[in-house]
Each structure stands twice: as structure tokens, then as C-alpha cells.
Design a protein around this ligand. Sequence first.
Ligand code: ADE
Length: 381
Amino acid sequence: MNRTGIMGALSEEVELFVSILADKSVHHFSGITFFSGILASQPVVVVQSGAGKVNAAMSAQLLISHFGVERIIFTGVAGALDPELNPLDVVIGSDSVQHDMDAVHLGFALGQVPFTEYRFFSGSTALRGLAIAAAQKKGLSFREGRILTGDQFIQSPEKSAQLRTLFEGVCVDMESAAVAQVCHLNHVPHLIIRSISDRADSSAHVDFAQFVRAASRNSFALVHELLRELILPPVHSLKSSVRTVPHWPRTGIMFRDITTLLKDRSAFNAAMDLLVARYAGQGIDAVAGIEARGFIVGAVLAHRLGVGFVPVRKKGKLPAETVFEEYALEYGTDRVEIHTDAVSEGMRVLVADDLLATGGTASAACRLVSRLGEWYWSVRS
Ligand code: ADE
């Protein structure tokens, strides 16, 4: 599953994401609440980690180990170190470092994780590129730069200046580099987006309270726009995974064989990701799969959408009371049947098959479903 993890430390930093999450499920682990669902047609898991490096590291590891996210975006606010940054400006993290990691007396550089070579953790180049494009599109005032992280709320001009000089950082927070280290160790790409809430000076606590919500809105706007640009696999790249068998089962028929796509783990996953992204959040109550290959696609889709599966079968296969519809094949006629109690009035049913030839079978299945409940048919070539 091509899922994105979205993290923020505080409720203000994640509440806008949670409020627009479609197909939302709530999960609790180790005292942390996770929200999975669909955002901008993307499967995501949103977490409010809590403040500080330990909370951030735990949440990031759970996103990776338990939810299997393929990238993590940390979004929220930060204190400015660069005097040219103003409240509400956005920083796209080029890299991050733990400014309070200090084993200098053991011979390690300031910020270096002792007994490792880790010091600066780079954000994903691809995600940074998408973030720059998203910031431009949204008209946000932004810059790229290094983010410094420590378990301290910085509110002294002297300390800010010192940190800036020591690490050449542009802003300071309490989580980013911890998330970055976890991502690095797990080979998961990450991106840090921060919007400025204060200047890490003597009025930082006042400014923070005043700007945390508005700054969080800017981070949200950028990340939301970026999610739209996260590329799902193009449909045309999947077409090459479908084999064409000429003159099967009869002369003149070009048989499109999806077994070559099904056996290819990444092609099958990518095809299902596309379908889930298309239909999630559309209030579908059940998926009806057409025998036989529609069972494969339909059952996986139903499971991924979290709804029930209804088989549409060939003549005489279903044990209880049925209704049927006839249809013309490319090569003959046949009928499909469905249990009369499979679909009820008002249900929104998605009819799934592997691929369309004349569309005759799918059309008959839709007629069947519509006789039993609300007709819902979405076919795109
Ligand atoms: N997050 C926002 N402002 C901060 C500051 N001044 N110090 C540390 N983390 C912050």
C-alpha cells in the first residue's frame, strides 16, 4: 500500500488533516492516536505525536513498522533562527540535526549521534522538489534550509544566535531530526515542512501562542497541495503488464490476459492502489465482483475499502434464491446471477470486473444490482 505518514506534534498541527480525512479509522498504540484514511485521493496515516524527540521517534517508528508507510512528512511550526524569516513563512527542510546531541568530550562533533557517522539527515530530494512546487502554487513565502531539533523550547536571542552559527540552521523545533533519524535507519524517505510561529527570542512563548494556528494552516496548505502531486502509477505503465493472447478462445479474438499483471507483485499492488484511490471516500457500501476474474479484483478492492463483497456468478452456481440477467458475449450468450438478499435498497454498490471487452457482462451485472438496490456504475476506460 502506497501510504504516506503525516506527523505533527500538537493538535493545532494535525487537526486540519484529520478534519478532512475520508474513510477515517482511529487506532491507538502506546498512548498515541493514529488516523488512517484518504486525503487528496492518497492513502495516509495522520498522527499527533506529542512534543519532543522521544514522542516523535516512537510515532515515526510505529508509522513505519505498524502502518507500513512509504514516506513520512512532518508538518508544523518552528522558531526562526534566520532573522530574515518572519512569522508564517514556511521552511522546507533540506536537512536536520539534533542540536542538543553533545558527545564532544568523546571526540564526536556537536550534533553527531555518538558511535555512528550520523549528524545531518537529508530530506528526500524528490519530496523537496514537490514541496517547492506546491509552495509556489499556493503563493506561500518559503525558503529551503537546515532545521535544528532539541528537547528545548528556545527563547533567548543569544542561544538562537549561537545555534545558528554552530549549525547554520534556519529554524528550530523539538521533533524533526528525531523523525529524520528514524526514517534514515528504516530507509524511508522523509520531508520536514515548518512554518514560523516565533523568533526563538524572549517573546517566543507569546508569539508561539499567537501564531501556532495560522502557521499550522500554512504548513497544512503546502502538504495538502503536495499530496495531490504525489504520483500514483500511471495507468499506461500498467497496460504493459497485461498480456494479449491472439485468437483465444476463438479465431479473431484478442484475449487480454491479466494473469501476467496478477503474478507481478508491484504491478498488482499498483493497480489496486489506483482503484482504491479512485473509489475511497465515495460512500461505497459493497463491491460486487463478476465471476471469475472480477472476484480477484473485487475481493481485494472490497477488503481495501473496508466493505463487504458480493459475488455475481454464472448460471446455477449460487445456492440460495437468485435473480438473473442475460448478456451477449463476444463469443456466445450467457447469464449472470446474484442472490436476492445480496444487495438492499439504498446501498451504493461498485461493480468490479477485470477488464472490459464489449462491456456486456458488466452491464448485465449492473442491471442485476440495480434491480436489487441503488444503481451505481462507474466505468472509465
Ligand atoms: N517550535 C516553535 N517555536 C520553537 C522554539 N522557539 N523552540 C523550539 N521549538 C519551537
